[in-house]
Every structure is written in structure tokens, then in C-alpha cells.
Design a protein around this ligand. Structure first.
Ligand SMILES: [Fe+2]
Length: 502
């Protein structure tokens, strides 16, 4: 997550500092009791610029995987490895003849398994396969069938084992839906008509539908060289789309909603009346545009390598007009070049605040309704993945990571039946990342019969721990804490990969 110092000082605070090397450690110290049934690997991805290379905000830099092997109540090893992608080797994203190279990306956002293979993902490129020990195998296009990028947030259908995903681009096809079967074969791809190329970080699936997030972040050529070339576009409007994934050629039914930004979906399901209920983390336009502008100005001031450089864009689109000057949004902060004294700036208001919302899409009326479920500032929603696309009772998030937050970080468990929350709060000097739910048993069980795993890192970057919490008793704090051999920079998403899938 983003820290105020990252953007206000255009430097990286401790918990976002890249690590300079790859290491291995064995026999990690454990406080508490690791559940003996945990037999597998917790893997987590995040950007980690190479030593000596100037890089920008947290969304940039080659992916680095951090892994912890648990077995028999012990933490056997930790290791970290860069994903050897095209970006790692400095390959240009746009080739000299103007072609986009989907292997020249960073694979820095997520790591997950499907059909006994493990992939590192970023939304603008091909997945990179890695071994269970984190060595890079290489880019994967599923036998030449995948010709678009692949989202970092694919969804596994718990009944069929299929993997639903999509790819978006800034040149046609702008949006393509794909599906892998349970064996890992790419069996279906179809282009989805949209009115503009938008940034689409996540989506949802239900038993019968895909839910598209067509939000007002459009590709804007004028933003080439400004980090990620997407900007807020009020005129685009905002809509959610329902598309039957079980009927080839089915059209999308669109539902207009209030403009907003959504990075991450919690879950979606269909109710008995055929309505689709989507729970996701929502940013208001003001919160989102302030955050995005702050990131963009930080990028510009730091001169980091953008996703689409001006040179790249001109290879594809021809000569571009001069770049616009970065403009501070009204009242958001102090603009380019401003500095603080190095302390956390707790005097300025937090920005980038997002909270849990629910949208109900009713095909019978063609209307969507929206409801805020809680006013806590949260991100990184996770669930029991065995309930992807089905009614789920519990949703897990983290809070306190938004820029300039005054709050302690915490892991928050929402109970949609009782409307209550369970919270585990960390101390003031510790950040915590996404909490991944790990089932206690593969068979029938209570929904929260399992564990939450998350990496906690000191704000100064000096140390990290893998926390293991009882998902049924989040408020009780970790049942086990694994001391990692180094500070692990705050990153994005991770997965538990049980031994049976290695
Ligand atoms: Fe994400």
C-alpha cells in the first residue's frame, strides 16, 4: 500500500524499500503454534526495482516473489526471487516496429496456481510461470492461444474448476474474456464490446455471469510518459455489465452507476430472484482522483520508467503533442516538489480512502442500487475462495494503509449475516498486507474454519513476520508468528499453495 512519504517526499519509506538481493533461509523462528495441517507455500508478489535502478511508486518495478514453506508445524524456509520477465531484462514494452510485447512486463501484482502450475501476474502482460521454488519458467500464452494480456485477478469457479479471466488493452481488442478449463487449457476467448479502453484491474464472476467494471479511467495518449497512461474521464460514465459466461455470444447488459473507482472485488453472487449482488471496495471520484494525481506527480518528479513511454507511444500512435504539466487537484496537497520534514505528515487529511460497498443489479428492472456497507477505510478484500461467485458470509480486509492515515493497521473480518466485524489491530509501527484465507480442511467445513495469512512489516522496513490467524477468531490475534529473515517490502497479492498442488 502507499505511504504518505512515498509520494510527498518522492522517496520510499522503509516498508516500501526494495530489497537488494535474493536470499534463502531455513528453520525460521516461530512464536505460538503453527497449525500442523498447514502443508504448502505462502507466496506473495510485489514490485521490487533492481539495485541501482531508479524506480517510481509502488506500482512500478519488476515483480519479486516472497515465499514461506510451512510443514508439520514448522516454517521450513523463506526465499525471495525476482520474476525474470522482459521488464527485468529491460526489454521495451513496444518493439521498434510498434508492436506491444506482452512478455516485456513486470509480473508484479499477484501469484496464484491453476492446474498444478503457478503463475506470476500483472494486468498488462502475459502470465509468467514459476516453479514451486520460485524460479522463473517463462511467459505462458497457453500454446499460442492467449493473444491479450491477462488480469492479475482471475477467478476460479469452485464447482467446475475453470479459471475465468480477461485481458484489456489500449489498442483493440480493448477487452477480451477468456476461460481456462480445469486442466489449464485455454478453451474460450471472446472479445467484449466496450465504448473505450479503460483500466480494469478486477472483475467478478457468479455461477452464470461475468460482472464487468466499466469505470471512468480511460486510456489517454496525452498521459504517455506520466506513469500509467490512464486518467479520470467523467464523460465516460460508470457502469457494471452482466454477461452470461455459459452462453457463447451472449451480450452484455449494462447498468449505469454513480461514478467511482473500484480496484478490488470482494465477491459476487446471484440471489433467488436472479439479481446479482456485488461487494467491492469503492473510491469516490474525489478520493480516487486525488490519489491518482498524487501518484502521477510522484512518478513525474521521480522520473521513473513509465508503463508506456512517450517513445513507445509514438512508435504506435505517431507524434504526440507536448505533455501537459501535472496539475494538483484542488485542495488535495501541496504539489510537485513540496516536501515534508520526513516525519509522517499527520496534519494533512488522508486521501485514497475506500470502503466496502454493495451493488445489486436487477436484470428485471435494468437498474442498479448501491449501498455503503461500512465506513471503515479498507482495501485488499479476500474471501474463502471455495465460495467465489457464490453467497459468502465472511469477507476479510485490511485497514489503515491509505496515505496519511492516522489509524493503526488492522485485519478486519466482516460478517454479512450478523452485520458485525472482528478486528485484529497492529501496533502503530507495523503495516500489514492482504490477508489470505487458507481452508483448514479440503472437505466440508464451516466457512471460516481456516487461517488467515498476511505479511506484517515494520514501518522502517527493519523486520517482517508472517502472521497466521484463526479466521474464526480474528480478534484473538495471531496463533503463530513466523519471523522472516529480512524486512519484506509491502506488496500486493498472494496465495496459499497447498502441497497437493505443487
Ligand atoms: Fe489488485
Amino acid at each position: 500500500m502507499i505511504d504518505p512519504q512515498t509520494v510527498e517526499q518522492y522517496g520510499l519509506p522503509g516498508h516500501l524499500q526494495a530489497v537488494p538481493d535474493e536470499i534463502d533461509a531455513v528453520h525460521l523462528p516461530v512464536t505460538g503454534t503453527l497449525p500442523p495441517e498447514l502443508d504448502g507455500r505462502y507466496l506473495r508478489n510485489g514490485p521490487n526495482p533492481l539495485p541501482g535502478r531508479r524506480s517510481g511508486h509502488l506500482q512500478a518495478g519488476p515483480g519479486m516473489l516472497h515465499g514461506v514453506r510451512l510443514r508439520g508445524g514448522r516454517a521450513e524456509w523463506y526465499r525471495n526471487r525476482w520474476v525474470r520477465t522482459g521488464a527485468f531484462h529491460d526489454k521495451p514494452f513496444v518493439t521498434p516496429d510498434g508492436r506491444i510485447d506482452l512478455t516485456a512486463t513486470s509480473a508484479n501484482t499477484h501469484v496464484m496456481a491453476h492446474a498444478d502450475r503457478v503463475y506470476a501476474l500483472v494486468e498488462v502482460g502475459l502470465p509468467y510461470e514459476v516453479t514451486p521454488d520460485l524460479a522463473t519458467v517463462g511467459p505462458c500464452d497457453f500454446g499460442g492461444r492467449l493473444t491479450t494480456a491477462m488480469t492479475a485477478h482471475p477467478k476460479t469457479d469452485p464447482d467446475t474448476g475453470e479459471l475465468h479471466f480477461f485481458g484489456y488493452g489500449f489498442v483493440p481488442p480493448l477487452l477480451t474474456y477468456h476461460r481456462l478449463d480445469a486442466k489449464g487449457e485455454l478453451v474460450h476467448s471472446r472479445e467484449v464490446p466496450v465504448r473505450a479502453g479503460t483500466m480494469m484491474h478486477d472483475f467478478a464472476v457468479t455461477e452464470h455471469h461475468v460482472v464487468w467494471l466499466d469505470l471512468p479511467m480511460t486510456f489517454q495518449l496525452s498521459l504517455a510518459d506520466r506513469g500509467i497512461p490512464y486518467g479520470w474521464d467523467e464523460a465516460h460514465g460508470a457502469r457494471l455489465g452482466l454477461m452470461r459466461h455459459d452462453r457463447p455470444g451472449a451480450e452484455v447488459t449494462w447498468f449505469e452507476i454513480e461514478p467511482c473507482w473500484i480496484f478490488h472485488v470482494g465477491n459476487a453472487h446471484e440471489d433467488a430472484g436472479g439479481r446479482v449482488i456485488l461487494d467491492a471496495v469503492r473510491y469516490s471520484p474525489a478520493e480516487w482522483t486525488a490519489l491518482w494525481a498524487m501518484l502521477s506527480r510522484a512518478d513525474a518528479a521521480r522520473g521513473f520508467s513509465p508503463r508506456l513511454s512517450r517513445t513507445d507511444a509514438e512508435r504506435t500512435f505517431g507524434p504526440l503533442p507536448p505533455p501537459p504539466l501535472p496539475t494538483p487537484p484542488p485542495g488535495s496537497d501541496r504539489g510537485v516538489g513540496s516536501r515534508t520534514d520526513g516525519a509522517r505528515d499527520l496534519g494533512a487529511p488522508a486521501i485514497g480512502r475506500s470502503s466496502l460497498h454493495r451493488w445489486i443489479l436487477d436484470p428485471a428492472t435494468g437498474r442498479a442500487t448501491e449501498q455503503q456497507l461500512d465506513d471503515r477505510v479498507v482495501e485488499f478484500p479476500t474471501i474463502d475462495d471455495d465460495l467465489t461467485g457464490r453467497r459468502s458470509r465472511y469477507l476479510y480486509t485490511v485497514t489503515g494503509n491509505e496515505p496519511r492515515s492516522r489509524d493503526h493497521c488492522a485485519i478486519v473480518k466482516y460478517d454479512d449475516v450478523t452485520g458485525t466485524c472482528a478486528v485484529h489491530e497492529l501496533d502503530a509501527e507495523t503495516m500489514v498486507g492482504e490477508a489470505v484465507f487458507v481452508p483448514a480442511t479440503p472437505g466440508p467445513r464451516r466457512e471460516d474454519d481456516g487461517w488467515l495469512m498476511a505479511v506484517a512489516t515494520r514501518r522502517d522496513g527493519s523486520a517482517s513476520q508472517l502472521l497466521v490467524l484463526d479466521a474464526a477468531r480474528v480478534e484473538g490475534g495471531p496463533v503463530a508468528t513466523v519471523e522472516l529473515p529480512r524486512g519484506v517490502p509491502a506488496g500486493f497479492h498472494g496465495s496459499w499453495i497447498p502441497r497437493s498442488r505443487e
